[in-house]
Design a binder for this molecule. Sequence first.
Ligand code: MSP
Length: 661
Amino acid sequence: MAEEKKTFYITTPIYYPSGKLTIGNAYTTVAADSMARYKRAQGYDTFFLTGTDEHGLKIEQKAESKGIKPQEFVDEKAASYKKLWKMLDISYDKFIRTTDDEHVKAVQKIFEKLLKQGDIYLGEYQGWYSVEDEEYFTESQLAEVYKDDNGKVIGGKAPSGHEVKLIKEPSYFFRMSKYADRLLEYYNEHPEFILPHSREKEMVNNFIKPGLEDLSVTRTTVNWGIPVPSDPKHVVYVWIDALSNYITALGYGSDDDSLFKKFWPADVHLVGKEIVRFHTIYWPIMLMALGLPLPKQIFGHGWVLMKNGKMSKSKGNAVYPEMIVERYGLDALRYYLMRAIPFGSDGNFTPEDFVERVNFDLANDLGNLLNRTVSMINQYQDGIVAPVSSQEDEFANSLRETAQDTIKTYYTQMDELHFSQALDTVWKLISRANKYIDETTPWVLNKEGKKEDLSRVMTNLAESLRLVALLIRPIMTESPVKMFKQLGLSLDDEQATSLQWGAYGWNSKVTADPKPIFPRLKNDVEVKYIKEQMAKAKPKKATRSEQKKQEPKHITIDDFDKVEMKVGKILEVSPVKGSKKLLAFKLDFGEDQVRQILSGIAQFYPEYQELVGKKVIAVTNLKPRKMLGQLSQGMLLSSEKQGKVRLAIVDDSHEVGALLG
Ligand code: MSP
């Protein structure tokens, strides 16, 4: 009977199809792809999963703001993500969508099973919810809280800076606490379960030891989700839905679970550091409750940061992969991502650093080595790489030894997902080969007619390049193809693809007219270009009416009653010193009440004096605030359409000081 192939199962997180993917998202996916390619090359039967996490309030609201159904919205997004992955040569075996019928049915089965066995129970949820983050926070987790006069918390901001609101609703809960001890025991028995190790300490000390709270796993306030079959006004809330993807994608809970039998447990889940908690606490507990084996490893990588913090569209510091690939080629992006930031740590993307790496590492070190080698082989030996002669010299020995060490070290580093170090190792071989040219001075050997020596040098260089191409192949998908072509080799040839010094019996003809595979970039021009592209992607600030359109919210009559609005008569209008936008209004609200209100409408009323005597509507119970040293005691109502702003002027029949409502 044939021996069964070793298997390898690797996953990325499933991405929220809410915005455009940045090089930060591409980072996880390129890493997973590199690993999958590396394992396939080693003969593993590999399954690489990625996909989209399509349910939740944020998606529902985004779709609504576009006036389309959530399904239509996520269909479009999922298609655009697939297109991007194609552009980045992502060799996934399956793209799961949480709206897939199979997934939905399996999640429902999982939920009902957990409910039946008592791991899930019905309770009431109360928490501070941030729509943007799709996350609930306890009061102590909030970055900022707003209090009323009695000191009661009435609102606040999530650590991300987004506003939160208090939500109370019936909810099903998962009994996490029941499994805490078993989880800790599992960590102890499996020291490689959470990597890097520092992240395990963080989980234990910050979350498990203080006591695991039961996790709210359903919502009644969200429509766009998977309904709980036995209580359909509840939908399954993000994490049970999302995390299950790793098993439902393999057919768990469906009629055909052969992939699940073959590939589960996963060898590694790659995740960003902010979702390590979900993957190392909630997910293992869910699996324990389901009686399934746990994944072998969760690797929590760091973030691709920008000088001014995390990448975000609104800050104008987001870099999109398409732009980089279109201008600099796919391998420049894949190389940069895997080389510049050690996997597990945070790292900064700067346009300067990017351009420098492309120039130094790719154009100079690698590109030049190939170009010089192929050109010399053309010049000195009519393009022929001859089989290696047995006779060697000290430089060749040293080069060969470096190559052999490189391969060994590289394997260890790749096995541990140290992509950056593995590339560093390969680049040492590239430098060694470049040095070999300086040491052996082929142009002198040629002049002196030392044909045999020259031929050996050329073959050793070609052999180094052959190995380099194979070593970078999991990470860089285009260059090895070009390198092999220029060297006259085929990637389908078993011997030529053997990762061993001397494994290939050379006798090939190189390209007659080799083009540099990485053209040198003009530093200033390219840095400027990337910066311009980043700035272009920054959305224009939404006007208030646009914001309202994007986030249609219902308020109660009680909410409305909180706002005090009165008719005021304009007594004086004057510009505010130091501001082009503001006008200062003195208004009469009757009963001797005169207030000053500042309003940012100067550009719409160049003839502002004409406003004197007009009656307008003002919000009069806003907290007073100072702008440019002047006090503003309220807000004037105005309308805005397509950038045109007019004050809400009412006719004279309205009494000064009259309340609106
Ligand atoms: N939907 C959840 C994951 C559920 S997995 C069962 C989610 N989605 S996400 O779209 O917000 O993020 C997906 C991944 O992208 C995360 O691992 C996150 O860390 C990663 N990245 C997003 N921006 C990033 C950087 N700037 N740098 C590195 N990775 C970052 O979370």
